[in-house]
Structure formats: structure tokens, C-alpha cells
Design a protein around this ligand. Sequence first.
Ligand SMILES: C[S@@+](CC[C@H](N)C(=O)[O-])C[C@H]1O[C@@H](n2cnc3c(N)ncnc32)[C@H](O)[C@@H]1O
Length: 178
Amino acid sequence: MINPKRTIEIGVYTGYSLLATALSTPPDAKAILLFLITAIDPKAEWYEIGLPFIKRAGVEHKIDFIHSPALPVLDYLLLQEEKEGSFDFAFVDADKHNYGNYHDRLMKLVKVGGVIIYDNVLWGGTVANPDGDINLPADKKMITMMAIEFNRRIADDERVEICVAPVGDGLTICRRVS
Ligand SMILES: C[S@@+](CC[C@H](N)C(=O)[O-])C[C@H]1O[C@@H](n2cnc3c(N)ncnc32)[C@H](O)[C@@H]1O
């Protein structure tokens, strides 16, 4: 849809969504031999499990895997003026309590017209009825409340147009419009 060339992946795990992104970057990306996808996760051992499949798919050269929590990496990218507005796409599927912090940074890193997707925004459906399951453990309930707050915040953010896709655990597709 947006023909992404430079992308950010926050939360890699074994690289399932990363591989999908890598396969969807344009074929000419291969010719210019640049790292196109900045993929960030503090657990390198999980990425290494998926890496053979990424190699087999012939897209490893497109990926700059950064073994770190995402926030300091995003802040480092923002120190480089040329990185502002330089990304076409970001996929966020990591620690839920930082989604708001990621949004603040990604709104500077992703260009106007670019897309950010946030995963797990429905949090098992609990966002629709946070008091519905009294057996929900406290840590899960806390994430429910964070997801509600994040969803409200994104809905009120005039810099983006959003669409919540009720697939899987809920994806918010967010297009930067200003
Ligand atoms: C649900 S998994 C990601 C799944 C992946 N997107 C996929 O489709 O296979 C969440 C990942 O977020 C990572 N994570 C947790 N805290 C993080 C942080 N502060 N910064 C970046 N990644 C983080 C975890 O290590 C884990 O690999």
C-alpha cells in the first residue's frame, strides 16, 4: 500500500512479523545494500531462533537487528536530524506500558503519509469491558487499563488517522497526516 523502504520494528521475538515486513520491502532494496529495517528487541536469543528462516528467505541483509530496549534506540535515532521523518512504516509489538512513549518518538521518525501499526490494542477483548472478568490477574488488568488509555490517546491525536482492525488481538493502523 505504501511501498515502504525504511521501517522500524519494535518487538521482534523470533521475527515472524519482521520477516513479513522484510519480504514486502521493494526488490530494488536488495540492490542498494542498505539496512532498511531497524529491528529492536532486548532478547537476541529469540531473534537467533528465527534468523535461519530469515536467511533462507534471502532478506537478512535488509535487517539491522539492535539488541536493546527500544526507547534508548529511538532517542538515539532522534539525535540524528536526518532520521526525522525518514521512516515509511513502523510496527510496534512490545512492552505495552511504553506504547505512548513509542508513539511520541515514532511521530517524529515516521514521515507524514507513513504508517504505524500497534499490535494487541484490544488485549484479548478486555478493553471493551475491563471489569468483566474478575479473575483477570492484576498484571493483565493493568495492561488492559494501559491499552484503554493508549487507545483513547491515539483516537484524540489529530496528527494521525486511525483504523482499528479487529484481527488477532487487535491492530491499530495509524497514518501520520501532519
Ligand atoms: C509479542 S513479542 C513480538 C512478536 C513479533 N512481533 C512477531 O510477530 O513474532 C514481544 C517482543 O517484545 C520484546 N520487548 C519487550 N520489551 C521490549 C522493549 N523495551 N523494547 C523492545 N522490545 C521489547 C520482547 O522481548 C518480545 O520479543
